[in-house]
Ligand binder design. Sequence first.
Ligand code: ATP
Ligand code: MG
Length: 162
Amino acid sequence: EIVDFNMFLNRIIDRFEMTHKDDVDFVRNIPDTAIFTEIAMDKVGQVLDNVISNAIKYSNSENKRVEFHVKQNRLYNRMTVQIKDNGLGIPGSKVDRIFERFYRVDKGRARKMGGTGLGLAISKEIIEAHDGRIWANSVENEGTTIFINLPCETLEEDVWDV
Ligand code: ATP
Ligand code: MG
């Protein structure tokens, strides 16, 4: 389906906001204008659910914050969404491994939290099936940012206002 990614993301954040009224601050840096993209909403919704759940789950902070940034690159018909948390972070040597099946940074902690360690491996498959890319930046004890880059459409009228 072709959807306005910004509206799609806002709906998902609204849902998280309802269940985390008191413990998480959601900061939205999302353009008011639409970014149209052709995605399987259920699949990409699953990716965002996992990434946002991770951002909330892997944090001891008293003031949990999850920040969203959406940017369109019109020249290349691509868009990037960043989901940034102020949680536990991940040691540098392990950042790239979080996209492997069953990989978990802290086995003991992970066992207590439940889950399977498949969330990001599945997310990567889904994003790559959309001709997209997903990667992470992280600083231990500071937080993690997940980047998702996807193709998007440029409206015909936009072509003329370069
Ligand atoms: P599942 O998603 O299957 O319920 P999971 O959350 O453990 O389980 P992934 O979502 O694939 O699995 O994440 C893999 C591992 O990467 C996590 O166990 C955690 O160690 C680390 N990780 C993922 N996101 C973050 C984050 N935002 N901050 C810190 N660590 C993270
Ligand atoms: Mg997960």
